[in-house]
Design a protein around this ligand. Structure first.
Ligand code: DG2
Length: 255
């Protein structure tokens, strides 16, 4: 046929999603619920008969472990996996490790919304005295497969995230898609928001209210020019999808 499909998914709930902490480049693992989400995603993909030729993921373990859980349920444990820091979550700067509600209480809803969802305002940078600076800078995964010391961010807006994710999309993913390779991408809330913004041409304004749920696969059909023929399609129950998106939006809402 003349269109090609690609499946993408944000990792399942991480331990820091569960604790409601800004995570960014901190290498939190999946929560128990996150593992279950990944397995359910694997079951859904299996049921719908999806097979893949290659998977792309970030260098962070919440994404990699989501992928491994999907593949073990879906039955493709021998799938080639390519890891790139360009699919990492946006670096959350000085906010890394802070409680999302406590941050709203300290800085106000408006400021936190700007840091969290504005297109081009990055959070304050992470300095060397930050509680998680060493854990991130010394993470072997980020040293081996990470950016060069020059490229290593201290914080990232969505725009900066897109700037380093899109070269991967254009130079690695697109050629494979053109060769009809069946691709699965497992990445993060904001690295995927960047790809979605690019594909659907979502405006800088409209992207500020756009949220992606954890652990629910979605599909694009791309025409020969690699343009989506329709908005993303979630491979899940619409009510479950809606609730999962609201859960992300509500992470900064006081109860
Ligand atoms: C979350 C996204 O990233 O947080 O870094 O805290 O997808 O890796 O769990 P992920 C984080 P929000 O931008 O939705 O607050």
């Amino acid at each position: 046929s003349c269109s090609v499909d690609i499946i993408m998914i944000r990792h399942g709930e991480s331990e820091w999603n569960l604790k409601n902490l800004f995570c960014g480049w901190y290498d939190a693992d999946l929560s128990e619920n996150g593992i279950q989400e990944a397995k359910r995603a694997g079951e859904a993909l299996k049921k719908m008969g999806f097979k893949f030729d290659i998977a792309y993921t970030s260098v962070l373990k919440r994404a990699q472990n989501t992928l491994l859980n999907i593949l073990s349920v879906q039955g493709q444990t021998d799938l080639p996996i390519v890891k790139s820091w360009r699919l990492n979550e946006r670096h959350y700067g000085a906010l890394t490790g802070l409680d999302k509600i406590a941050t709203v209480e300290e800085y106000g809803e408006e400021q936190v919304a700007i840091w969290r969802r504005s297109y081009d305002v990055p959070p304050p940078p992470m300095d060397e005295n930050h509680k998680y600076y060493q854990a991130i800078i010394k993470n072997p995964a980020l040293i081996e497969n990470g950016p060069t010391p020059d490229e290593f961010p201290k914080t990232e807006s969505l725009k900066l995230t897109i700037d380093r994710t899109l070269p991967f999309w254009n130079e690695v993913v697109i050629p494979k898609l053109k060769a009809k390779t069946r691709i699965l991408i497992v990445a993060h809330g904001n690295s995927l928001r960047g790809i979605v913004k690019h594909l659907e041409k979502i405006s800088d304004e409209d992207i500020t209210t756009y949220n992606l749920p954890t652990g629910i696969p979605f599909k694009y059909s791309l025409d020969p020019n690699m343009k989506p023929t329709a908005p993303l399609e979630y491979l899940g129950d619409p009510e479950v999808v809606k609730a999962a998106i609201e859960k992300v939006a509500n992470q900064t809402k006081k109860k």
